[in-house]
Design a protein. Structure first.
Length: 328
């Protein structure tokens, strides 16, 4: 009996201890839960969290703003790049055009040089044919036959000649007069057939020192209208002064030709200056071309090229010489 009582007493003690332990544990757990769920702590945590969210939101807005700025700058840079690309393309096109023009000019110059060389050769052969060999040295000065007894100047008085070449015109007039110490008659008209001295119309001026001085002096102010074509003046000179018994030289000074047909002009002058019975033409047509419309490094004007072509033909077919000046 005593053993059974002690055993029951021990089991009761253990059960009581279990209950006490569980209760203590529950109390501790309640204390922990109560401590963790403190309202002040939760409120502070929520405030901290909201502050972090607001800070991150502001950072996001800043990043988005920077992204917009960078996108706009990128678009601007792309537009600049497009403009530069277009400029480069235009410059390349311009460069190609300039190179093509240079090639064309080089080819044109080569053709002109060949034509001039051919013209010199033809003129040399023609002068040798026209002048007897035993008189060649005595009757040629600078390649120009000086066997004429009468001299007529046909001068282009257009604006281009007046502005760019008039000083050189006066100089060449003196040179021409100097190679003829004395002739039987002189006359000066412009390319339209207008006389320098109207009172000498259709008549010869006596070749005196005073006459020569008056001609050079009058050039300073003489500027009648001109159509930039020597045809009318040459025709007027031949029709007015041509005689079978006269040896006449016409000196044409000009820079361009505004007419259309070179062949027609050459044929007209040939008919007027027709040789008789197999004799040489008595009117020689010499030409001095002034390079007013031959700008250095650029293509000459069409009217200047036509003038050179026309006057080479006229000089060749009328016993004269064409001289193209290289400068003003």
């Amino acid at each position: 009996m005593s053993k059974r009582r002690r055993r029951g007493s021990q089991e009761a003690s253990l059960a009581f201890l279990d209950v006490i332990s569980c209760g203590f544990g529950a109390v501790v757990l309640l204390l922990i839960i109560a401590r963790l769920s403190n309202p002040a702590t939760l409120e502070q945590a929520e405030e901290d969290l909201m502050a972090q969210v607001q800070s991150l939101t502001e950072q996001l807005f800043e990043v988005r703003g920077e992204t917009v700025v960078l996108n706009e700058e990128l678009i601007s840079r792309k537009e600049q790049l497009s403009d530069l690309t277009e400029r480069v393309a235009r410059l390349k096109a311009t460069l190609a055009s300039v190179e093509k023009q240079q090639d064309d000019i080089a080819q044109s110059k080569a053709v002109e040089i060949e034509q001039l060389e051919l013209a010199v050769q033809v003129l040399t052969e023609e002068m040798e044919r026209l002048v007897p060999q035993d008189q060649y040295v005595n009757q040629l000065i600078g390649g120009i036959p000086v066997d004429s007894e009468y001299i007529i100047f046909v001068i282009d008085t257009s604006g281009s000649m007046q502005m760019a070449a008039w000083r050189r015109v006066q100089s060449e007039m003196l040179n021409i007069l100097n190679i003829y110490p004395e002739v039987k008659g002189l006359q000066v008209m412009n390319d339209m057939g207008q006389y320098m001295f109207p009172d000498t119309r259709r008549a010869w001026m006596r070749d005196t020192a005073d006459t020569r001085r008056k001609i050079i002096s009058e050039l300073n102010t003489w500027a009648p209208f001109s159509n930039s074509s020597p045809v009318e003046g040459i025709q007027a000179a031949i029709q007015t002064f041509y005689r079978p018994d006269r040896k006449i030289s016409i000196y044409t000074l000009g820079d361009d030709f505004s007419g259309r047909s070179i062949r027609k002009v050459v044929k007209t002058v040939e008919n007027l200056n027709e040789a008789h019975r197999g004799q040489e033409r008595l009117v020689r047509v010499h030409t001095i071309g002034f390079p007013v419309h031959f700008p250095p490094g650029r293509t000459p004007s069409e009217s200047a090229v036509k003038f050179a072509a026309l006057m080479r033909e006229l000089s060749y077919h009328n016993g004269g010489t064409f001289i193209g000046l290289t400068g003003l």
